[in-house]
Design a protein around this ligand. Structure first.
Ligand code: T3D
Length: 262
């Protein structure tokens, strides 16, 4: 039913593949709209316990489709702030809010907003031939989609500035070595590694994982005292889940736990 993405639900795993390969899966409005619809299904369907995002073809995502942005001399330039407000910011907020692990399988170049959408996911796995580029500076723009927030946190200010002001391609291996992403794997192993990981996570205590995500996503903004309070509150909530009971019971009975995501 979608034209610019492929979306599939199977056994607790939702898979969203960006599917405009001839444009390196860059975003036009239709793709924004379809991604939004798919993520709203993910958000509302209690059966979904992990989300995998990837790209079809040789790219992961090249950010905004710039062919929608070329302006004839004298014509009015579109308001990019409104594009960010309408599309990119809500997308990043949704990824951060989803109460389940979100995995990005970066199959090729991730550029501009495409790089930062990947970095907004919880676990980023990239193919060895993939790369990350903060391409914005090359066309006079600022890293968006959370880039200026994520980069200093993930790799420190010096590297954040170098990446943002030079816009060079950072190889997947270097990205993993710097701690920008979780893992770099051989190209032919990417899809299976990412799918195995998503399937594994979909069998785990989903609410506990969602609370871990919530705690870590706010940790850089809190002092230790505040974060200790956050941990207390989230642990209280985790302790009330069925999966916690099951985890302890299974441990005591020396058997494998059967988590239900509740
Ligand atoms: O506007 C707003 O709403 C504000 C929000 C902005 C968010 C943003 O993401 S701004 C940043 C936009 N993205 C870029 O600036 C990246 C532009 N692309 C590139 O720099 C390079 O294409 C890549 C580094 C991504 C990949 O390089 P390479 O050498 O592997 O591939 P290529 O040959 O450059 O690209 C392949 C094709 O995809 C090519 O088309 P062709 O010549 O085969 O017909 C190229 O034009 C097309 N393509 C790549 N990126 C985009 C694109 N077409 C439209 N928009 C793109 N972003």
């Amino acid at each position: 039913e979608f034209a610019t993405i492929e979306f599939d639900l199977e056994g607790g795993v939702a898979t969203l593949a960006l599917n405009r390969p001839e444009r390196l899966n860059s975003f036009n409005e239709q793709m924004h709209q379809e991604v939004r619809e798919a993520l709203s299904v993910v958000e509302q369907d209690q059966a979904v316990r992990a989300l995998l995002i990837t790209g079809n073809g040789r790219g992961f995502c090249a950010g905004q489709d710039l062919s929608d942005r070329s302006v004839a001399p004298g014509a009015e330039v579109p308001d990019l702030g409104s594009s960010i407000e309408t599309w990119y910011n809500p997308l990043i907020r949704t990824l951060q809010r989803l109460p389940m692990p979100v995995i990005a399988a970066v199959n090729g170049v991730a550029a501009g907003a495409g790089a930062n959408i990947a970095l907004a996911c919880d676990l980023v796995i990239a193919a060895r031939s993939a790369s990350f580029t903060q391409a914005f500076c090359k066309i006079g723009l600022v890293p968006d989609s959370g880039g200026t927030w994520q980069l200093p946190r993930l790799v420190g200010m010096a590297r954040a500035k170098g990446l943002s002001m030079l816009g060079d391609k950072l190889s997947a291996e270097q990205a993993a070595a710097w701690g920008l992403i979780w893992q770099c794997v051989d190209d032919d192993a990417l899809r299976s590694t990412a799918t195995d990981l998503a399937r594994h996570l979909a069998t785990q205590p989903t609410r506990g994982l969602a609370l871990i995500k919530q705690a870590l996503n706010q940790s850089f903004d809190n002092d230790l005292d505040t974060q200790l309070d956050v941990e207390r509150d989230l642990q209280r909530e985790a302790g009330r889940t069925e999966d916690y009971r099951e985890g302890v019971a299974a441990f005591m009975e020396k058997r494998a736990p059967q988590f239900k995501g509740r």
